[in-house]
Design a protein around this ligand. Structure first.
Ligand SMILES: CCCCCCCCCCCCCC(=O)SCCNC(=O)CCNC(=O)[C@H](O)C(C)(C)COP(=O)(O)OP(=O)(O)OC[C@H]1O[C@@H](n2cnc3c(N)ncnc32)[C@H](O)[C@@H]1OP(=O)(O)O
Length: 218
C-alpha cells in the first residue's frame, strides 16, 4: 500500500524537525483563525494578503510529489503530519493529540472560529471528522485497526466553539471488524455520540502481523 514510508532520522534531529513543523503549523492555524475574525481596515487585509502570498511562494520552492503519507522512523516514532485531525503541520487539523489508557483513548483540544457551522457552534461535519479519527484511534490502540466502514453519529446538542474533550473505546471485535464507540463533550455535557465499524482492508489482511501492526500505529 503506497503512502506508508520507513525512514531513518536520528532521534534528536527528528525532535528538532517536529518543533519546526509544529511551529509553522501553529502559525498558519493562527492565521486562519485571524482571517475569519479580523476586523482591520481593508488596506491592512490587502497588505496581509501580500505577505501571505510571499510566504506561500517560499513554501512552494520545493515540494513532495505526493501527499505527506505516514512515515515511520527507526526510533519508533511516526510522522502523520498531513493528517486532517492530528497532523501538526496541517493547519486544517486543530491538531487533536490523543492519549491512551487501558481501555480507551481521549484528547482535550479546542476548536476556533474556522470550524463554525451554526453561529457559535462547531460544524457537524467537523464533529464527524474528529469522531471518525478518535474511534479509529481506539481500534488501533486495541490492536484491531481498520478503515472506517460505517460511522453513525447522534448529535445530542450543539457543540460550542472552544474547549472540548473526545474519547472512544472498543465495544467488540468480530473477525476483521472492530466496533467502536465514542463521544465529544464540552462543559455543557455530551454533545455528540458515535458508533463505528472499522474494517481491516483486504491488502492489510495479507500482511504479516509485524507490518500490519506498524500500519495500525498510524
Ligand atoms: C491495517 C489497516 C489500517 C488502516 C488505517 C488506520 C488509520 C488509523 C485511524 C484512522 C481513522 C480514520 C479512518 C478513515 O478516515 S478511513 C477513510 C474512510 N474509509 C474508507 O475510505 C473505506 C473505504 N472502504 C474500504 O476500503 C472497504 O470497503 C472496507 C475496508 C471498509 C471493507 O473492505 P471489503 O469491502 O474488502 O470488506 P469485505 O467484503 O471483505 O467484508 C468484510 C466484512 O466487513 C463487512 N463490511 C464491508 N463493508 C462494510 C461497511 N462499509 N460497513 C459495515 N460492514 C462492512 C462485510 O459485510 C464483512 O462482514 P462479514 O460478512 O464477514 O460479517
Amino acid at each position: 500500500m503506497s503512502g506508508y514510508f520507513t525512514e531513518e532520522i536520528p532521534a534528536e534531529e527528528l525532535t528538532r524537525q517536529m518543533e519546526v513543523a509544529r511551529g509553522v503549523g501553529d502559525s498558519v492555524r493562527a492565521l486562519v483563525a485571524a482571517t475569519v475574525v479580523t476586523d482591520v481596515d481593508e488596506d491592512d487585509v490587502i497588505e496581509a494578503q501580500r505577505l501571505i502570498d510571499a510566504a506561500t511562494a517560499i513554501l512552494e520552492r520545493r515540494r513532495i510529489d505526493s501527499s505527506f503519507g505516514i512515515r515511520f522512523n527507526s526510533d519508533g516514532r511516526q510522522r502523520n503530519w498531513g493528517n486532517a485531525v492530528e497532523g501538526i503541520r496541517n493547519p486544517v487539523a486543530p491538531p487533536v493529540e490523543f492519549e491512551a489508557g487501558d481501555d480507551r483513548v481521549w484528547a482535550e483540544f479546542s476548536l476556533g472560529p474556522q470550524y463554525e457551522g451554526p453561529p457559535g457552534l462547531v460544524h457537524g461535519g467537523v464533529i464527524a471528522l474528529i469522531l471518525d479519527q478518535v474511534l479509529g484511534h481506539a481500534a488501533v490502540h486495541a490492536g484491531a485497526p481498520g478503515m472506517t466502514g460505517t460511522l453513525s453519529i447522534r448529535y445530542r446538542q450543539g457543540t460550542k466553539l472552544g474547549s472540548m474533550r473526545t474519547e472512544a473505546w472498543i465495544d467488540r471485535t468480530e473477525g476483521v471488524k472492530t466496533f467502536a464507540k465514542g463521544q465529544i463533550s464540552t462543559a455543557d455535557g455530551i454533545c455528540a455520540e458515535a458508533e463505528g465499524i472499522f474494517i481491516m482492508p483486504r491488502w492489510a489482511r495479507e500482511l504479516d502481523i509485524d507490518r500490519r501492526s506498524r500500519i495500525g500505529d498510524a
